[in-house]
Unconditional design. Structure first.
Length: 108
């Protein structure tokens, strides 16, 4: 969905807008939207989600906050998923890639 339509759609669905400018669950400074979720829902006491947040941050930003080595690898995988959607894949393959892409919530 286009970012400019997210707020109206969130209001229509009584949903929480995510990963767009000026929302609670969006980027704040160098922190990514995934980290906003961890903070809002108080998931920062567990090292596993915090590490995952740093990896996602490295994939979703310029990676200068944590310099997380896995971030660019995750970004590369996500770009590969996106590219596979564009190269004549079957509909079933595209649906599988899209499900994974949405689950990761890295790419628009």
């Amino acid at each position: 969905m286009q970012a400019d339509k997210v707020m109206a759609e969130a209001k229509r669905l009584n949903a929480i807008p995510y990963d767009v400018k000026d929302v609670e669950l969006g980027h704040h400074g160098k922190e990514c939207s995934f980290e906003a979720i961890l903070k809002k829902y108080k998931l920062t006491d567990d090292t596993a989600p915090v590490l995952l947040g740093r990896i996602v941050n490295g994939a979703d930003t310029d990676n200068t906050l944590y310099h997380q080595a896995e971030g660019p690898g995750l970004q590369g995988h996500c770009r590969g998923f996106q590219a596979s959607r564009l190269q004549g894949r079957s509909r079933a393959q595209c649906r599988r890639v899209d499900r994974l892409r949405r689950a990761l919530r890295i790419l628009p």
